[in-house]
Design a protein around this ligand. Sequence first.
Ligand SMILES: C[S@@+](CC[C@H](N)C(=O)[O-])C[C@H]1O[C@@H](n2cnc3c(N)ncnc32)[C@H](O)[C@@H]1O
Length: 442
Amino acid sequence: MQSVNLIKSNAFNSIESHERSEYKLKFKDTSWDFKTAFTKYSNHGFHTYPAMMIPQIAKRLMETYGNNAKVLLDPFMGSGTALLEATLHNNFKKAYGIDINPLALLISKVKTTLIEPKLLAEEYKNLMRECLEDKKNINFKQKTIEKPTFSNIDFWFKSQVIIDLTIIKNNINEIKNKDVKNFFLVPFSETVRNASNTRNNEYKLYRLSEPMLKKHNPNTIDLFKEKTQENIIGMEEFFQNYNKNCEIQILSEDTRDKTSIQNQEVDLIVTSPPYGDSRTTVAYGQFSRLSLQWLGLPSRDVFNIDRKSLGGIPTKDLKNNLNSPTLQETLNKIAANDSTRARDVLSFYVDFDKCVQELHRVTKKGAFLCFVVGNRTVKGVQIPTDEIILELFQSRNHYKHHNTFIRNIPYKRMPKLNSPTNISGNHAMTMNEEWIVILEKQ
Ligand SMILES: C[S@@+](CC[C@H](N)C(=O)[O-])C[C@H]1O[C@@H](n2cnc3c(N)ncnc32)[C@H](O)[C@@H]1O
């Protein structure tokens, strides 16, 4: 394996420099593309989530850097891809996942909780019988139901969809076994999204156009049935392969703060942090909002996710004491065009640096830290997050830059074209590549 010590020269810091191009050429490695790989095996296909990690990447990182590791951490767990892979890998005794998004916590918990397939099949049969019975009784006016009343529900859902979702939700609520109940809430959440009036290929909430809306008459119960059956098959596969010695700890905490993980407990980090602040990159809060409203979360929790995400609150100005020359140079370039956008960018790295401090506390000497990052472009300036991460860690302590792999992103729902102004339709090219940066704590 190639091992590189990254010593910065001024020329290297220049974003479009010759050195940067050489660097890119050196680390480009298409074997990390997994262009045709099936990514939905076991429980990986349970629920869509923005910017999901490819399980093959998590697996390969664990095999390459984690064979002697006992404790894994994904500090930006999302839908739990790395955690699920840890339970399919033999040597881990414990895997921690942290996220601030309650939907991410639910999905990850369900994906990593084994349920006996026979029990699941039985519960599924009962659930569907009850749902169909309720639907019949409501149609024949022999039963009434109380619909949920969160804001804008009629804007985002047609009335028949609201009735069907309420039927499913009420019947899931009747299930006594908490793991089984949570299991069904995951396909329910997918059904909420798929049956809603949103444009389904976008993570932000955009309503279907009027002509599309007229044609949109989903069979909600069937959508739920299909997704649930798919997930039951996933659970059967998981049942065959999981490592029962791996304890999963899902923490509803904030990686910027001191977490409940012990000092120097972690041997391996495998993670994909957000690409930038949620206002101008992926709005995890918006993506999760309708599901969380249906799941009955209080609105203050539902509407606060994007503000709680890294960079959720812009800095007042561009003053900072972050120890990354590459970041400072990048900020100057962006600020020359637009100081507001430069503050958005800075707010993300100020928060990221707080996470660096926490990750430094929880990792052992000799630990490997693997970050899958995107180098997004703001105001025509590409932000080299791969280098900035390196500098932020190296400024804190001795971290060796072990390796970098640059992969092509074969397919992403996160658009290759993004909207730099946040105005729908105003697009610019964004990321086609991801950078896998490996650090070793010395
Ligand atoms: C790129 S996603 C991770 C996707 C994940 N690898 C997967 O396969 O689904 C980044 C995650 O970081 C979470 N996040 C943002 N700010 C956070 C914070 N301060 N602490 C913990 N998690 C945070 C977001 O909620 C989001 O789920």
